[in-house]
Design a protein around this ligand. Structure first.
Ligand SMILES: [Zn+2]
Length: 241
């Protein structure tokens, strides 16, 4: 199994490559690229949030706990004296960081539903919705951030599968086929739950029209360039040689 650093490095490398291609095709600008690489890196860490006490899961729940703590302070700051507010915020932090994490660990198994293409689609759509409805980004950038999360996610699953091939002995390890799968074959309850959540998200996700349009605009630009007389004569000369 690839460790945290390997996953992070490969996800960043692959996302940087994908961002470079996107910049080249004028789908994103150079200033967008670092953001897309960051989303790819996050996607590359997400699948391992199901592995007990791994670094990504701790990071994920610590961030969630801090957000909850800040929300509690923001919502109740005018209703309670400072010391009670602090106690409430501390309690909220502890409940999420330790209580919710324990609960999550109890209900998920490593390389279960979180190592599947279905969950990659779920996180892709989730990011599109967060970017579009909460952060109020335009649809093109919302979709791009979602796609980079999904891309990093799939890269993680691929890397896990590559690591399950024992090259020195030329044999497959037991873990082969447990990372890159469409859904969790062993646990149909979690699969059904994840499928329902993904469908619900798909229902509210904005249509990717702006992304398709920008892609088509690029394609037609390349096609018209190929039809230009200069390129035609260049192709003719090449074929005569
Ligand atoms: Zn993994």
């Amino acid at each position: 199994m690839a460790n945290f650093n390997t996953h992070l490095t490969v996800a960043i490398g692959a996302s940087a490559g994908a961002a470079l291609v996107a910049v080249n095709f004028h789908v994103i600008t150079v200033t967008d690229a670092p953001w897309m690489v960051a989303f790819g890196a996050i996607g590359g860490m997400l699948p391992d949030i199901d592995s007990g006490n791994s670094t990504p899961i701790k990071l994920f729940f610590t961030t969630l706990a801090i957000i909850t703590l800040l929300t509690v302070i923001q919502v109740f700051k005018n209703n309670y004296p400072a010391y009670i507010l602090l106690l409430m915020a501390a309690a909220a932090y502890l409940i999420i960081r330790y209580g919710a994490l324990n609960l999550f660990n109890r209900f998920t198994s490593h390389r279960g539903i979180f190592h599947s293409v279905l969950t990659a689609v779920f996180f892709c759509l989730l990011m599109v919705c967060i970017a579009c409805y909460l952060l109020r980004w335009d649809i093109l950038h919302s979709w791009l951030s979602g796609l980079f999360i999904g891309f990093g996610f799939i890269i993680h699953l691929l890397l896990d599968e590559i690591y399950s091939v024992d090259l020195s002995n030329k044999r497959m390890k037991k873990s082969f086929g447990t990372a890159l799968k469409l859904y969790s074959y062993k646990n149909m309850t979690t699969t059904a739950l994840m499928a329902a959540c993904t469908l619900a998200l798909a229902w509210i996700t904005p249509q990717p029209q702006p992304l398709i349009k920008s892609w088509q605009a690029q394609n037609s630009q390349y096609l018209s360039a190929a039809k230009s007389p200069v390129i035609k004569t260049a192709i003719k000369k090449l074929s005569q040689k």
